[in-house]
Design a binder for this molecule. Structure first.
Ligand code: FAD
Length: 461
């Protein structure tokens, strides 16, 4: 709780930073404490909306001096809601979204409040991109620090694999550069270790020529053909080239104009397809996918990369209630496919879905101990998206996600993707990092012995 003393300190903080300091009685406060997952309802005592990197040390000092918890908000998308803390200080980067591109060097310099859309738009202006996620409103900061994968991952690796450096503020409020050559131990740790080690104020990424037009779209199959589609999918992706990526989504059909109306709201199997190679080559690579079954419909074509990067935004809008569970897989065993089909056959809400993301390729060529993100044997990431509108459905939807998670666990590989973990999975953090965990703890002890940065999937010093 804020005391008179801390209120006075807060007023002083206002005078020392360029950004904005919000407290509960201010009109913008309610808006500022909204994040993507509507299940999270936390009320920070102070929200520091930074205007520049130099605002961050003052916010850290303020939190430490007043013994208040400290949370960091990048894009506010994390499912666990750790961007916010009750009665503490939230460092909010929503006003720092700038992206600068050096096309000659193929580098992007990104502020920590930038969304994937901000980065894609800036890099695509030069026909460049780096692998990031599939929903354009996600924050670059949290996505990168946890790993990051999307359509380009098969070919160019995880987002962390393309991180060149960061500027960071430590728990002591010190500004440092972190890269292979500067504070190399921290560079190892932040590539997967999340927000445990400091506050990143700038990310530097390497970029690759992509598009600006790629070929992408969806093929939608009837749910009663799911076994056949999934079995053929497994076989197909085992030898598909790395500039082709195909995922699987099992859900109730949204009202897409290319689907017959009587299919809307019915269970379907969707193959989202992405090809970043030569457009003339796309058709012959995609053609075999059509033979997986008798499709309800398809919508595939050449389009701007930035457009495809926003294709799933309408299904992933903020404001819904969400609960996720996730496993990595090195292969899709028959038992895993049967479990997916069983649980997709009893979706507890029209917005729930199970997706299988394909990441086989470049990420598998990096050693598991090269950085904190170590799931280098993972070829598929399976995520169960529990998503619904009303609190009265919480129990039913959470139970479905948990039961699915348990039933599919015997087929999963070790480790978990921290960016898809919900709040109560704290005891899964060590397991998520596997053999890299001990080194993370050791680095945490050196850089943040008091665990100032603990509003995250916490690595305890
Ligand atoms: C709809 C949706 C789609 C998604 N799709 C993908 C996907 O395709 N691929 C993928 O890999 N992931 C995906 N994710 C997961 C996503 O990577 C994580 O939710 C990620 O944490 C979001 O980052 P953020 O900055 O928006 O989150 P926030 O909630 O703002 O931050 C998450 C955590 O990151 C840390 N953090 C944030 N900013 C900083 C900073 N500047 N310095 C230090 N630490 C910081 C903090 O610990 C914070 O609690 C998706 C999530 C959602 C909700």
């Amino acid at each position: 709780m804020m005391t008179t003393q801390t209120s006075k300190a807060r007023d002083e903080l206002k005078g020392t930073i360029k950004g904005n300091v919000l407290v509960p009685d201010q009109p913008d406060y309610e808006q500022a404490r909204q994040i993507w997952n509507a299940m999270i309802d936390r009320r920070p005592a102070v929200i520091v909306q930074c205007a520049e990197a130099d605002d961050v040390p003052a916010a850290i000092r303020f939190a430490r001096k007043n013994r208040l918890e400290l949370s960091i908000r990048g894009g506010g998308h994390n499912i666990a809601g750790d961007a916010l803390c009750d009665n503490g200080v939230t460092i909010d980067f929503s006003r720092m979204k700038n992206v600068r591109v050096d096309a000659g060097k193929r580098r992007a310099y990104v502020e920590p409040g930038a969304t994937l859309a901000n980065l894609d738009e800036a890099t695509q202006a030069h026909g460049l991109a780096t692998p990031i996620g599939i929903n354009s409103t996600t924050g670059i900061a949290g996505l990168t620090l946890g790993g990051g994968f999307g359509w380009l991952t098969r070919k160019y690796g995880m987002t962390v694999d393309n991180l060149v450096s960061v500027n960071m503020i430590t728990a002591e409020g010190k500004k440092i550069r972190v890269s292979e050559n500067d504070n190399a131990d921290l560079f190892w740790a932040i590539r997967g270790g999340g927000g445990n080690f400091g506050v990143v104020t700038q990310f530097e990424f390497q970029l690759f020529p992509v598009g600006p037009e790629i070929v992408a779209g969806l093929i939608v199959f009837p749910f009663n053909q799911a076994k056949q589609v999934l079995t053929r999918y497994r076989q197909f992706v085992a030898s598909a080239p790395e500039d082709l990526n195909v995922w699987v989504v099992l859900r109730k059909a949204p009202p897409l104009p290319f689907l017959p109306e009587n299919i809307h709201g019915k269970e379907v199997v969707v193959l989202p397809i992405f090809y970043s190679g030569a457009i003339a080559e796309a058709e012959k690579l995609i053609a075999p996918l059509r033979a997986f079954g008798e499709a309800h419909g398809e919508h595939i074509g050449a389009q701007p990369y930035v457009q495809w990067q926003k294709a799933f935004d309408p299904l992933l809008t903020p404001g819904a209630r969400n609960y996720w569970k996730s496993h990595n897989f090195t292969e899709l065993a028959d038992g895993a496919l049967n479990t997916v089909i069983e649980f997709a056959g009893k979706l507890p809400s029209p917005h729930c879905e199970i997706f299988i993301g394909l990441i086989a390729g470049a990420p598998n060529r990096i050693a598991p101990n090269a950085m904190a993100y170590g799931h280098r044997d993972a070829k598929f990431v399976l995520n169960v998206h529990g998503r619904w509108d009303e609190a009265k459905d919480d129990q039913k939807c959470i139970a479905w996600a948990r039961e699915f998670f348990k039933a599919s666990a015997p087929y999963a590989s070790a480790g978990a993707y921290v960016n898809f973990m919900t709040a109560e999975e704290g005891d899964r953090v060590a397991a998520a990092y596997g053999s890299n965990y001990e080194r993370l703890v050791e680095i945490k002890r050196r850089y943040d012995p008091e665990n100032v940065f603990h509003c995250n999937q916490n690595i305890k010093p």
